[in-house]
Design a binder for this molecule. Structure first.
Ligand SMILES: Nc1nc2c(ncn2[C@@H]2O[C@H](COP(=O)(O)OP(=O)(O)OP(=O)(O)O)[C@@H](O)[C@H]2O)c(=O)[nH]1
Ligand SMILES: [Mg+2]
Length: 233
């Protein structure tokens, strides 16, 4: 599934590439786009494409938020294995089938495209963006220690939908993958390195509001982990 908010400049390119790689695979797939009322024609761009993979577009009215949009897409998906990736060109569609197949085969309950395992890295990010990502990851790592994941902030991941029923997933802000790691404790988790490029075009939706939401999200997950530890002794 692809979350979109004002990504008319990139969504066509990303959808065409994703369609191309998915249509070469033998597993059945569909692409779900969850849009939160984009005003720049994102949905029109998507609707005008002719793709081989079935495309479903969900337009949410009166609701916004990246994590909740992804969860919405996951819940609407028909398949057992679901994948999230950004629609701004930062996540290479060519890696999507690999992530899906790792989960489909049962090798892992969650597969994460990682910038921070050997072979993965980020190109063309400004220094502030790198520092922000490093700080967010450091805050998260104690909570995801059990899984040994190096990039819990990644927005490019596949999961087996069954694991979402292990705990109530409460989407706050941007980071649904992190929420799933802490609350649902997928095991094992496989990380696959990839090269993250800054968005191809358009503007970032990461704002001060998202940073504040993230701090709130981390705090609520620390509280959750603490209570879980108390209740399991
Ligand atoms: N449906 C939906 N999608 C969103 C929302 N906010 C962001 N997105 C999408 O989520 C993806 C990630 O958002 P970005 O703005 O690229 O965030 P980022 O990658 O942390 O920031 P950049 O590095 O600046 O690109 C993009 O595909 C956005 O269009 C939202 O509120 N609703
Ligand atoms: Mg982005």
């Amino acid at each position: 599934m692809l979350p979109t908010y004002n990504e008319a400049a990139t969504v066509g390119h990303v959808l065409r590439q994703l369609d191309e790689v998915l249509s070469r695979e033998t597993f059945r797939s569909e692409i779900l786009l969850v849009d939160d009322g984009s005003e720049d024609g994102t949905v029109d761009v998507a609707q005008q494409l002719t793709l081989r993979t079935p495309l479903r577009i969900i337009v949410r009215e009166g609701e916004r938020g990246l994590a909740s949009a992804i969860l919405n897409g996951f819940n609407a998906a028909e398949g057992r294995v679901v994948l999230a990736m950004d629609s701004d060109g930062s996540h290479p569609p060519s890696l999507a089938p690999t992530l899906i197949k790792v989960v489909m085969s049962g090798e892992a309950e969650m597969a994460i495209a990682s910038r921070y395992v050997e072979g993965g890295y980020v190109v063309n990010w400004r220094m502030e963006r790198r520092l922000l990502s490093a700080a967010a990851t450091l805050m998260a790592l104690p909570l995801t220690n059990g899984t040994k994941v190096q990039d819990p902030m990644s927005g490019f991941f596949a999961v087996d939908k069954h694991i979402l029923w292990r705990s109530s997933v409460r989407p706050i802000g941007f980071k649904l993958g992190f929420e799933i790691l802490v609350r649902c404790r997928p095991l094992p988790v496989v990380e696959i390195p990839f090269v993250f490029h800054d968005r191809l075009a358009g503007s970032s939706k990461l704002s001060f509001r998202q940073i504040a939401d993230y701090v709130w999200h981390v705090a609520s997950l620390y509280r959750f982990a603490y209570q879980r530890r108390l209740s399991t002794g």
